[in-house]
Every structure is written in structure tokens, then in C-alpha cells.
Write a protein that binds this ligand. Structure first.
Ligand code: TRH
Length: 373
């Protein structure tokens, strides 16, 4: 995408509906901060802002958080110049009407953006930037634009803060782990952020029998619940599965988004899920395993495949992902796919390097909006 238009200072209204988990809000909060860090004024509307208490306890200058009530409370609200709906969430007609009225009165052009989910599938590049005329409702006559994040230069890119590399360079692993209370004695560290992965039993067995002391750093919520349940089942069936205590566990509290980054930087291997943590694991640059957000219609299988192809994942990483995500025909007698992070390092490092030379999502979005306006 060409980046020639100067970037005006604008007021943004970002709308986010929390479906489940933390990703929708996580992405929107990160985007809001990224834009505010580039001089924009951002109002983030979310129907459930509760997770921000731990994700972003400090808030961020330039970002105002509003609880998105139903119906929306428009008292004292003048819409900004850019209206961004995340992941197809529908903005209230009252807000759109006010926005359209302001545009008519000021004669200003509108920038109405729909930010889509991240995917490595071809459609992201094909549909990125497409206009969609609004044919009905109070926004009739306006145009909505589709903005697709992605992994290649022909998409909208990935969220990345300008100071990310500097922060990484200054990161002190030992000090950070000590601050979290992790009793690290040089063992391999594996972070775990997941839903209920089909391959969890296999992973725990592989780590316990690997001959390499490993500490699993388990994130709270679903990952902790899954690990606790799995261990209890394994202990009942085979009390000696981890008899030499080769595998140890450290259960983490909820971390801020910044500290979640630190967790990924401190670990030797990262298990992540959903959307935002996948991107953060790419920036961490360590071997990673992704549990994709499962969808009922099964389309996540193609999405995972497209990502692994883009990553140029070696065969063993493909196999591990299939088992981790339950996409393999399940045969209880089947041996777990080998856990071979040493073979998975190069592809992540290559991917990270290729992404770093692409423009980040916020910069691209700013240029895109400047062009529309
Ligand atoms: O929570 P998720 O599974 O979110 C998912 C996905 O985004 C998915 O695409 C979406 O459709 C679905 O929600 C509804 O995973 P994700 O995207 O990685 O988001 C997690 C966020 O939580 C991310 O911003 C990192 C943050 N986080 C912390 O800040 N601290 C923590 O301790 C942890 C574990 C996560």
C-alpha cells in the first residue's frame, strides 16, 4: 500500500463487542493504544470492559474507554471523524445517524472502517481495502471500508508498537521471572495459553519424558483448568507419568498485556491461542504452537493450514499443530506428535524478520484513512 498522504490528527470511535475470551478487547485495546501513541484521539466503546482492569491497569494517554450500553448512551457524545467497528460488530443506528449528520453539516468526508479478523488465507489480501456502499439505514449513502490484518504486504499488516524492538532489547529475563516469583534454575520454560487442546495429554507426557527439566508456565483461566484436569486424570491412571519431576508447573496470575509480552519473551517455547497472542508470539520470535479459535462450521482448519503454510512450518510442526488442535483422526493408541521445538525455531525467526520489514497495522490504517478523507 502506498503511504504518501500526510497523517491528520483525528478523533476515532472504535467499537468492540466482547464475544467470549479476551481477544476482541485485547486487539481493540492494543489498536487504540497504537493509534493514540501516533497522536490520534481514541474513544474505545466496549460492551464489557472488565478485562481491562488486569489487561491494562494503567490505561493509556489519549484513550478514553466507554462502556457500550444497549441502547448506546449518546449524552454529550459527538462522533469523531473515524468510526471503526471491530470484527463486524454493528454500531447503533443512533450513533451512525449523529455521525452522518455531522458529516453533512461539516461537509467532511467519512472514514467508516470494518476491521476484520486476522487470517493468512488468500481472501484477506483480496478483500483488503474494499469499499462497501451503505444502502440503507441512517448511514445510507456512506461507504464502509474493509480493513484486513494479515501477514503479507498486500494486507493491512499486524499490530506492532514502534518501541517493541527497543523494549525487547532491554528485557531482563532473570529479573522478570524473579519478580513474578518463578523459581527459575535454568530449566526450559514453556508458556501455555490455550483453550482445552486435544494434544495436552501428549504434550505433558512428552515434556515429562523428554529428559530435559522443563517448567510449564500456565496462564490462568481455561489453560489452568485444562492442565489441572489433565494432571488429575493422568495421576489416577498412571501415577508415575512424571515420576522424576522432570516437568514442573508454575501457575501464573492474570498479567497485563505488557507483562504477557514479557512472559513470551522469557519463555523458550510459546503456546498461544486466538488472534492477539499469536501475533505477540510472532514478535517474541520463539518456537510457537497455536491453538486456533475453534468455530462450529470447522472453517478454522483451513485458517490454521493457511497460517502454517505462510509460516513455512516444517512437517513436524504441522503434525504437532494438527494434534494440538484436535484435527487429527483421534486414535487413543496413536503416539503423541513429537515435540521438537529445536526444529521449529528457524521458521518463526524467518517469519518475524519478514514481518518486521512490513508496515505495521496502525501505520497502514492511518495512511488508509488519510487517503479516504
Ligand atoms: O482470548 P482469546 O482466545 O481471544 C479469542 C480470539 O481473539 C479469537 O480470534 C476471537 O474470535 C475470540 O477471542 C472471540 O485469545 P487472544 O486473541 O490471544 O487474546 C488474548 C488477549 O489477552 C491478548 O490481548 C493477550 C491478553 N492477555 C493478557 O493481557 N494477560 C494475560 O495474562 C493473558 C493470559 C492474556
Amino acid at each position: 500500500m502506498q503511504c504518501e498522504s500526510p497523517i491528520p490528527k483525528l478523533r476515532w470511535d472504535i467499537f468492540c463487542r466482547v464475544i467470549d475470551n479476551f481477544g476482541d478487547l485485547g486487539v481493540c485495546w492494543r489498536l487504540a493504544c497504537n493509534l493514540a501513541g501516533r497522536g490520534q484521539t481514541v474513544r474505545l466503546w466496549a460492551d464489557d470492559v472488565s478485562a481491562l482492569a488486569w489487561m491494562a491497569p494503567q490505561g493509556a494517554p489519549g484513550v478514553e474507554v466507554k462502556t457500550w450500553t444497549a441502547p448506546i448512551n449518546m449524552t454529550g457524545i459527538t462522533p469523531g471523524e473515524v468510526m471503526l467497528e471491530a470484527f463486524g460488530c454493528e454500531i447503533d443506528e443512533e450513533f451512525i445517524a449523529e455521525y452522518a449528520k455531522n458529516l453533512r453539516n461539516s461537509g467532511q468526508k467519512c472514514a467508516w472502517i470494518n476491521l476484520e479478523y486476522l487470517s493468512a488465507e488468500d481472501f484477506s489480501a483480496r478483500c483488503h481495502g474494499l469499499p462497501s456502499p451503505v444502502m440503507s439505514g441512517p448511514g445510507r449513502g456512506l461507504t464502509k471500508y474493509f480493513f484486513y490484518p494479515g501477514f503479507t504486504a498486500s494486507t493491512g499488516g499486524l499490530l506492532r508498537e514502534p518501541d517493541l524492538l527497543a523494549r525487547q532489547a532491554q528485557f531482563d529475563r532473570q529479573a522478570w521471572l524473579a519478580k513474578q516469583g518463578v523459581p527459575w534454575r535454568g530449566e526450559r520454560l514453556v508458556s501455555l495459553f490455550c483453550y482445552e487442546p486435544a494434544g495436552l495429554n501428549g504434550l505433558l507426557r512428552s515434556l515429562a519424558s523428554s529428559g530435559q527439566a522443563t517448567c510449564l508456565l500456565v496462564t490462568p483461566g481455561r489453560a489452568t483448568a485444562a492442565v489441572v484436569a489433565e494432571i488429575s486424570g493422568m495421576n489416577a491412571l498412571d501415577p508415575l507419568w512424571n515420576q522424576h519431576q522432570t516437568l514442573s508447573f508454575f501457575y501464573l496470575p492474570t498479567l497485563s498485556q505488557n507483562d504477557f509480552d514479557h512472559l513470551l519473551w522469557a519463555s523458550d517455547v510459546n503456546f498461544v491461542r486466538g488472534e492477539d497472542s499469536l501475533v505477540r508470539a510472532l514478535w517474541a520470535g520463539k518456537p510457537l504452537v497455536w491453538q486456533i479459535y475453534p468455530q462450529h462450521d470447522g472453517v478454522h482448519a483451513d485458517k490454521l493450514e493457511a497460517f502454517l503454510d505462510w509460516l513455512q512450518a516444517p512437517a513436524s510442526l504441522h503434525a504437532f499443530h494438527h494434534q494440538w488442535n484436535g484435527l487429527e483422526v483421534s486414535d487413543p493408541a496413536m503416539a503423541p506428535a513429537p515435540f521438537e521445538p529445536g526444529r521449529w525455531r528457524d521458521c518463526t525467526a524467518r517469519a518475524r524478520a519478514s514481518l518486521l520489514v512490513q508496515e505495521d497495522l496502525s501505520t497502514q490504517l492511518l495512511h488508509f484513512v488519510a487517503k479516504i478523507l
